[in-house]
Design a protein around this ligand. Structure first.
Ligand SMILES: Cc1cc2nc3c(=O)[nH]c(=O)nc-3n(C[C@H](O)[C@H](O)[C@H](O)COP(=O)(O)O)c2cc1C
Length: 169
């Protein structure tokens, strides 16, 4: 694993994010889950590099991340793991062991409690420093409300200070 600057592969990271990445969480009781994400922000706030992940209330991941200090995001940059992204984006960790079903492996990260996915190439480790529940009153674009939140299953935004970024060589 080679350490890199948080934004060294930002184009590759953001291009892959739209196709799918794995959001990995281990909670304070040791429960582990992963889910596919395609939405998120990479940026700089509070003098820190930050990745913001968006998790809907209905996700099993929401239950875990609420009781966690950190999360990681693992990106498959070579077009691999399409089937795993599909399983982890449609099945819930409430019902199945997604690691077993998708044949992917959660291994220890370097600096945080949450693991990374061994079969991915790029990993970011994020310490949760702020979270924000979406406030329906603050949605300016009514099309977003109609198209994305018709059942009121809003996202909670988790702002993670990026404390490690590395690639598999
Ligand atoms: C390509 C793709 C991207 C997704 N992005 C997100 C996301 O950013 N936030 C979210 O809450 N759910 C997202 N989902 C849905 C979750 O991955 C899905 O509901 C998953 O089954 C939740 O798993 P869990 O219940 O184990 O947490 C996405 C699904 C796919 C297929």
């Amino acid at each position: 694993m080679k350490e890199i600057k948080y934004n060294e592969l930002s184009k590759e990271l953001l291009d892959q994010l739209q196709k799918g990445a794995f959001l990995n969480v281990k909670d304070n009781d040791g429960n582990v889950n992963t889910m596919t994400i395609a939405w998120g922000n990479l940026g700089f706030m509070w003098n820190k590099p930050v990745f913001t992940a968006m998790v809907r209330y209905s996700r099993h991941t929401y239950k875990l991340i609420e009781n966690a200090k950190d999360f990681s995001v693992s990106f498959p940059l070579k077009g691999q793991l399409k089937e795993a992204l599909s399983i982890c984006g449609t099945k819930s960790g409430r019902d199945i062991d997604k690691f077993k079903e998708s044949n992917i492996h959660a291994v220890d990260s370097k600096n945080i409690n949450s693991p990374i996915i061994e079969e991915c190439d790029l990993h970011i480790e994020c310490k949760i420093v702020y979270k924000q529940e979406m406030d329906p009153k603050c949605i300016i674009d009514s099309e977003i409300k109609e198209k994305k939140y018709s059942t009121d299953d809003y996202h909670v935004l988790y702002y993670g200070e990026i404390v490690g970024t590395y690639i598999n060589e």
